[in-house]
Design a protein around this ligand. Structure first.
Ligand SMILES: [Mg+2]
Length: 364
């Protein structure tokens, strides 16, 4: 039998939004709960729009965050401005909370480099989206070791999916984080599927959180569909790392309600019943039911919020579409500090072609 290490698991709300135990005192702040809820709704509406833009050919491949809004919103809420996010490709929710603009996210997925050049000062030191699986976990350790060497009370926060935890890069990152006791938090979004590979055959360990134990630091699990539980545990993890108590691996149990990306069709490998069941556990409805039960949310507020968020999303789409196309040579702009002589010809050729095309179109 696989060896299960007993680790903490946190859940405050049932899928029906019922309180299962005592809430931490911070949860008495209904303004905070409203902000968290609002941000999940905004993320979901933006996500739907991004998928629609891909389907109509206006952006490239997009990785939907549908069903995993609570994890991203929790991470983005508890990070301090001076902390650094080292994200993966399913982090729309966190990026929005860090101040990355919706139009920047659309530019990125539209293949435009300007989408990774964040205008928001608080997000300037955050890393761009990492597409290669798990390499960002090592980048995070590099960032965290810089914080440690400089004696700064900052945390490197990195995110990844369940599949990434099987990669050598991830395990090497855990190793160095434990060996050097780095101020880094690994947030694993265990959404049960690594493209078409289900969690049960992905890895023999009963939990992904227990991988931290082998590396010599704290790991725990949380219900990733319970906004209150994730917020609480991400906050505790960041405080621990910030105060020199070492790294944390937080495994957030969730479900990928959408396709892996817009280039995938999950109906080809995933049972419909499983997805139907997962919808009953999703995070937005759960927090909404709790807030309605507490008398702090109602249908009127819901409708106002939806129309406000739809307005914000539409304005972002308008800004994205007004951004125009980048100059072709921009793909070479940030590759080298000084463009190498050996590649000078390629750059000139590109400029000549662009000039020729501009000339052609002006004679049309
Ligand atoms: Mg996954």
């Amino acid at each position: 039998m696989p060896h299960k290490v007993e680790l903490p698991y946190t859940r405050f709300l049932s899928p029906e939004g019922q309180l299962l135990g005592e809430l931490p005192s911070w949860a008495d702040d209904f303004n905070l709960l409203t902000r968290l809820y609002r941000q999940m709704v905004l993320t979901r509406l933006f996500d739907q729009k991004a998928v629609a833009l891909q389907r109509t050919g206006r952006i490239g491949t997009y990785a939907p965050t549908l069903g995993q809004e609570a994890i991203g919103v929790a991470v983005g809420s508890v990070m301090h401005t001076e902390d650094v996010l080292i994200p993966y490709y399913r982090d729309t929710a966190v990026q929005l909370m860090r101040g990355v603009r919706m139009e920047e996210i659309l530019l990125y997925w539209g293949g435009d480099e300007r989408g990774s050049d964040f205008a928001e000062p608080a997000a300037v030191q955050d890393f761009p989206i990492c597409v290669p699986i798990a390499t960002q976990a090592l980048h995070a350790c590099g960032v965290a070791s810089a914080f440690k060497i400089r004696g700064e009370h900052r945390v490197a926060v990195t995110t990844c999916g369940d599949g990434a935890t099987s990669k050598g890069d991830f395990l090497e990152a855990l190793n160095v984080a434990g060996a050097w006791q780095l101020p880094v938090v690994f947030v694993v979004n265990n959404n049960q599927w690594a493209i078409s590979v289900p969690r049960r055959i992905q890895c023999g360990a009963p939990t992904l959180a227990q991988k931290a134990i082998g590396a010599g630091f704290h790991g725990e699990q949380v219900d990733g569909n319970d906004m209150l539980a994730v917020y609480d545990r991400v906050q505790a993890a960041l405080e621990r790392a910030r105060h020199g108590k070492g790294p944390v691996l937080l495994e957030c149990l969730s479900y990928r309600l959408g396709d892996h990306t817009t280039a995938d069709d999950a109906t080809r490998y995933r049972p419909a019943d499983e997805v139907k069941q997962a919808w009953l556990e999703e995070p937005i409805k759960r927090l909404q039911r709790f807030m309605v039960g507490q008398g702090v949310w109602d249908e009127g507020r819901e409708q106002t919020l939806i129309s406000e968020c739809q307005g914000l999303v539409q304005r972002a789409v308008d800004n994205f579409e007004a951004a125009g196309i980048q100059a072709p040579e921009s793909i070479m702009d940030h590759v080298y500090a000084r463009w190498p002589e050996s590649l000078a010809g390629q750059r000139e050729e590109l400029l000549e072609r662009a000039a020729r095309r501009a000339g052609d179109s002006s004679h049309e």
